[in-house]
Design a protein around this ligand. Sequence first.
Ligand code: FAD
Ligand code: NAI
Length: 465
Amino acid sequence: APAETDYDVVVIGAGPGGYVCAIRAAQLGFKVACVEKRATLGGTCLNVGCIPSKALLHSSENFHAAAHDFAAHGVDIASVKLNLAQMQKRKAGIVEANVKGVEYLFKKNGITWLKGEGKVQGTGRLTVAGKPVTAKHIVIAAGSDSAGLKGVDVDEKVIVTSTGALELSAVPKRLVVIGGGVIGLELGSVWQRLGAEVTVVEFLDRLVPGTDNEVEAAFRKILTKQGLKMKLGHKVTKAEKTAKGVTLTVEASKGGDAQTLEADVVLLAIGRTAASKNLGLEEAGIAVDNRGRVEVDEHFATNVPGVYAIGDVIKGPMLAHKAEEEGVALAEILAGQAGHVNYDAIPGVVYTWPELATVGLTEEQLKEKGVSYKVGKFPFMANGRARALGTTDGFVKVIADATTDRVLGVHILGPGAGELIAECTMAIEFGASSEDIGRVCHAHPTLSEAVKEAALGVNGMSLNI
Ligand code: FAD
Ligand code: NAI
């Protein structure tokens, strides 16, 4: 790096990985800038990901509840009408408040926002919108983009990615979702609750790959009962726009006769790919793997000295909180501290209704590793609070080591699963046993008692079942 640099740390990308890294680096005394080409800060997550999707999920849950569940509570309303423009306006307001919040945090922490596209040139050197900038440390936090599919040309109007699916101005009559992963099921649920007939075409014979098999089966059953149509074991080979919408050509994954499927809107959600192009990586000699992900060592260092990478642009789950943890750890490492991410304790949540939350290992993974384990389960049907709320679908599953009783994995399908998983993540982080969770006093009546009961169940000691 040049002897005198403009900044100590320059982060490229202001998503959850980049903006959090910039804040922690500033807190630790570095002079920091963050490069962002988007008109607002916050990255995919705040602008077109986590936040707008959760806003629409909640609004659509309210709409659905008003139309279908209120009467059971003795709340009679004459008629329920959808005001989609207002729903979208509310979502836009939430996004705006969040992205402005990051701008405020940058000011508060003395972080400079360098507007424009950043390109790495080598150790200590980069350009922003073509102008040279120097830094002791360069952090690539460029995130990811929706993966494309041959024969399916996205126009973000009728053939959309998640970005277009968050912006629809009318409820499609028929929505076909390609990919039964997290995005497909969350956004498929939104439009299904608002009145669309939704068909999910999934390549595998199951949903959300990687989920514990037993939990996935229960999850699929609930979503199917809600009216989501599943076309598992199928792939889309072509999507052709017609005067009336889109005609999709669908084949069995194993091969076979082609069928057609008609849609008004198609959502392509078959995964995301690292956004490592247009960063000058090749010219700078920075190595990427066969999926375009920047290669890093255990300290997030690339093969070029002084250049680091975090978040969706490197390997690992593409989750906002994983990117954030890496951002914090890297800033601490750069300051000579012992920054570290425990990849065994990263929760994952699908924000459908009910939610699906998971941390640690599945039964299938434990079998593959040859670890012997015990399982405790508790259904929300037997939880008093869930009954009072009228949300009794699902269960908690705690998996612990057969000899040491150490908690190895927790899988929750049910109301508030995304919040309940925090306690389980802490248990795994602290190396707790299932007995430890079972001996913690949980408030009554709460959904969290289902976690305690499932933990007690590992050793056959559940009280309420
Ligand atoms: P990003 O958030 O992608 O940010 C990267 C930023 O870098 C972007 O703003 C981009 O403009 C900028 N950039 C890239 N290249 C350059 C360059 N050369 N110069 C300047 N700027 C550049 N995760 C969760 O944990 N929970 C959720 O509920 C969730 N929901 C999601 C819903 C949807 C619809 C989508 C699409 C994703 C969701 N995710 C969720 C995933 C989450 O958004 C990502 O894991 C997270 O945003 C990754 O953070 P990041 O900082 O690595 O990258
Ligand atoms: P995903 O990887 O979750 O799911 C993609 C699905 O598409 C898989 O089930 C896969 O088998 C299937 N598929 C792949 N190719 C196919 C084809 N040709 N035809 C049919 N099906 C095919 O990816 P998704 O849903 O696009 O999400 C991208 C990323 O965003 C994920 O890594 C996820 O972690 C993140 N995200 C996280 C959220 C959360 O934490 N709640 C919400 C939304 C996204």
